[in-house]
Design a protein around this ligand. Sequence first.
Ligand code: ADP
Ligand code: MG
Length: 394
Amino acid sequence: MKIYSITEKNYKDKKVFLRVDFNVPIKNGIITDDTRIVATIPTINYLLSQGARLIIASHLGRPEGKPSPEFSLKPVAARLFEILKKEVKFVPDCIGDEVKKMVDALKDGEILLLENLRFHPEEEKGDEYFAKELASLCDAYVNDAFGTCHRKHASVYTITKFVNDIAGGFLIEKEVSALSKLLTNPERPFLLILGGAKVIDKINMVKNLLDKVDTIITGGVMAYTFIKAKNWEIGDSKIEEEAVPVAREIIKEINKRHLEFHTPLDHVIVQRVSEDATPIVTERGTVPHGWIGVDIGPQAIEEYTDCINRAKTIFWNGPMGIYEIEKFAKGTIEIAKAIANSNAFSVIGGGDSAAAVQKADVADKISHICTGGGASLEFLEKGNLPGIDVLRKE
Ligand code: ADP
Ligand code: MG
């Protein structure tokens, strides 16, 4: 897929509207994880170096269409200043006269951060009038907000109807290139690692990847849903009941294609999920009555590590257990380390999976970590996203 690149444009003296995903976690006014800000720095620096007058816009949290101080982007302006060591002006709205005035006062290489786009309900509705207002601020539009590209929001999708000069930033290019590599001629064997809790949300992605992958290994709620679909005992382990029939269908498809498919050979189980529980390991791939599966066991880790070592391409989505609790994190951490130590082209999708990779301290050994969980899953399901499609060259 070819999208318009910022490297083929001229931004000198131009007011550039840069849509980013600065949806970072903030506690008591302090940003606890700035990964998403850091991810857009190459694009910001490039545009500044080209003499752009930069208008940066983002959403933050779910303010439900009205101004709310807890969702203000003001702390982000301060963080951006620390990273860039350059003044970042801030305006407490994203449309209107005050915004226009500040935009008009911008000089080459200066930055203005707009307030949260979602303080206006029109943003999420993809409203044309609101998109036109945003478009009226700029001469050129750049999107680097990969995490929101699956949404037809005004600043991601509708705005492109009203600006002629449009392009995707470096982060979008990187995300699209990594995910496209999984969909188009991935080097084999291609291993899909499925875990986490949101089974229904991920089923369509799994279905689309069945034609591409050679091996599938499972953990977490995902694994228990498949084990249940095989009519094996899962005790009180968490599953998504409504996903069981779909899991059955998927097992049929897997068998039809003669793919290698694994549920864990053993499990770490507890009678109650808590920090002070005393976990034991099962001898088999089932969970006895009255017990809850919270992590994959040592035999499963060994078998999965072998699958990882054989793979040339890996996509991992979803932790292998309740990794937030130290006692139940081993399976997830070992899988992260095995992926890091393998020579495969590796892509991680999903917020918790990315957090687990950080926890295992191996992020720098992964080929690509997606910055948008929902967006990456939808890209793998459909091979495209609304916010990416509008940046495509005809
Ligand atoms: P991602 O954000 O990577 O897409 P999900 O959000 O689908 O992943 O799932 C992550 C969540 O799954 C974590 O909060 C983790 O505690 C939970 N989880 C994993 N295994 C289990 C399990 N066996 N039982 C209950 N919850 C689990
Ligand atoms: Mg998650």
